[in-house]
Design a protein around this ligand. Structure first.
Ligand SMILES: *Cc1c(COP(=O)(O)O)cnc(C)c1O
Length: 383
C-alpha cells in the first residue's frame, strides 16, 4: 500500500523499533557491533559505515522524496561535499546564479583548485542553461527557489535538457522540502538538503541529506559517504526523524504566514521590491505553481530609500536577527554580510544581492504579531 506524504512523514522509512515495539526508533549510540565469528555479523559493523538510527532517517528521506536511496550527513555542506566528490579534474558544472553562499565557497575554494570548474548562469532562463553546457559539463546544479532572491527554475524543463545532453541534474531542495516539491519526480537525478532548515525545523540540529533513484549513483555515493566520513551522528539522526514528523503541519503554517506577510509588504508602500514566488506578480509564480505545492516561506525585500535598513535590524523585537532559516521561529538576516558574504561583492551586485536586501524566514508564530513587529521596525527606521 502506498501512502500520501502526510502519512509518510510519520510512518515512512523504518516505522518504529522492530525488536522492542518502541514507536520511536531508538538512538543507537554505538560506534561498533559485536561479530558472532570471523566474517559473521548482524549486518552492522561500524557506525561510520552504518548505524540503525541514521539508517531509519536515510530510508525516511528516500521515501519522502520518492527516491530509492537516502544518505545522511553531518551538515548540508558535508552532503554537498560528498555529491561534488562524484566529479574529477576537468569536469564542469553549470550552477544557478543565486545559490547558497557556502555552496559557492566550496566550489570556488575547495573544488576549483582541484580542477573541477563551474559556470554561473541564470538557470531560470532555459536558453542560458543550454548555451552553458559543453562536452566537459557533467552536471547542472540548481536551487529553486534560489537563495536569496527566490528565483524559480523549471525543474522538469531543465531535466529534459540534462537528459538530452547526458548530464546529471542536482537539485538543492532545502527551501521547499519534499512536502512541497519533489525534484526526483520531475526528472532530477540527485536531490539534496540542508536538513538543518525546515526538515529538522527547530533550529537545534545541523544535518544534510541526499536522495537518488539510480542504484549506480547510490553505490558511488555510499562509497564516498563512508570514505570521506562526514556522517550524521545517531542522536542528531533521532532529532531529524522527530522534526520531520511535524513537517506537514509546520509547512502549512509557514506558507500561510509567509503569503500573508508578502502580500502585506507589497501593499504597504514600505518596500521597493518584494521577492516571493507566491505573489501572482512574481516572475516565477506560474512555474512554481506548476512544480510545487506551495511557494515556501522565505521572503526577500528591499525597503524604499527613506528607510535605513541597518536600523530596521536593530528595531525588530519578536523576529530574531540570525543566520539560518526554516525553524519554527521567524529569523531575519542580511545576505550581503551574513549568508552570502563569501560571494564577491561584484558578483553579488550583478545578481541583485545588494547591501539593502533583507531576507526573512517566516516562522509559525501568530501572523498578526509578526506583521506588527515588521511594521514597527520599518516605521522606526525612517531616516
Ligand atoms: C543552509 C544551506 C545549505 C548548507 O547547509 P548546512 O546544514 O548549513 O551545512 C545548503 N543549501 C541551502 C539552500 C541552505 O540554505
Amino acid at each position: 500500500m502506498s501512502y500520501q506524504i502526510e502519512s509518510l512523514l510519520i510512518h515512512g522509512g523504518v516505522d518504529g523499533d522492530k525488536t522492542t515495539g518502541a514507536v520511536n526508533i531508538p538512538v543507537y549510540q554505538t560506534s561498533t557491533y559485536k561479530q558472532q565469528e570471523l566474517g559473521v555479523n548482524t549486518g552492522w559493523e561500524y557506525s561510520r559505515t552504518g548505524n540503525p538510527t541514521r539508517d531509519a532517517l536515510e530510508k525516511l528521506i528516500a521515501d519522502l522524496e520518492g527516491g530509492n536511496y537516502g544518505l545522511a550527513f553531518a551538515s548540508g555542506l558535508a552532503a554537498i561535499h560528498t555529491v561534488l566528490s562524484l566529479f574529477k579534474q576537468g569536469d564542469k558544472l553549470v550552477i544557478s546564479d543565486n545559490i547558497y553562499g557556502g555552496t559557492f565557497r566550496i566550489l570556488e575554494h575547495v573544488f576549483k583548485p582541484l580542477g573541477i570548474l563551474f559556470e554561473i548562469v541564470d538557470t531560470s532562463d532555459l536558453k542560458k542553461v543550454e548555451e552553458a553546457i559543453d562536452e566537459d559539463t557533467k552536471a547542472i546544479y540548481i536551487e529553486t527557489p534560489a537563495n536569496p532572491l527566490l528565483s524559480i527554475t523549471d525543474i522538469e524543463e531543465v531535466s529534459k535538457i540534462a537528459k538530452r545532453e547526458g548530464k546529471l541534474l542536482i537539485v538543492d531542495n532545502t527551501f521547499l522540502t519534499p512536502y512541497l516539491q519533489r525534484p526526483l519526480e520531475l526528472g532530477a537525478d540527485i536531490v539534496l538538503h540542508s536538513g538543518t532548515k525546515y526538515l529538522g525545523g527547530h533550529s537545534d540540529t545541523i544535518s544534510g541529506l541526499v536522495v537518488v533513484k539510480d542504484k549506480e549513483i547510490a553505490d558511488r555515493l555510499y562509497f564516498l559517504q563512508n570514505a570521506i566520513g562526514g556522517v550524521l551522528a545517531p542522536w542528531d539522526s533521532f532529532l531529524m526523524i522527530r522534526g520531520i514528523k511535524t513537517l506537514g503541519v509546520r509547512m502549512d503554517r509557514h506558507v500561510d504566514n509567509a503569503t500573508k506577510i508578502a502580500t502585506w509588504l507589497s501593499e504597504s508602500g514600505y518596500a521597493e521590491k518584494v521577492y516571493f514566488p507566491g505573489l501572482p506578480t512574481d516572475p516565477g509564480y506560474e512555474v512554481q505553481k506548476k512544480q510545487a505545492k506551495g511557494p515556501g516561506a522565505m521572503i526577500s525585500f528591499v525597503l524604499k530609500k527613506e528607510y535605513d535598513y541597518k536600523s530596521f535590524y536593530r528595531n525588530i523585537k519578536l523576529i530574531t536577527l540570525a543566520e539560518s532559516l526554516g525553524g519554527v521561529e521567524s529569523l531575519v538576516c542580511h545576505p550581503a554580510s551574513m549568508t552570502h558574504a563569501s560571494i564577491p561583492k561584484d558578483v553579488r551586485d550583478k545578481v541583485g544581492i545588494v547591501d539593502e536586501l533583507i531576507r526573512l524566514s517566516v516562522g509559525i508564530e501568530n501572523v498578526d504579531d509578526l506583521i506588527a513587529d515588521l511594521d514597527q521596525a520599518i516605521k522606526g527606521s525612517k531616516k
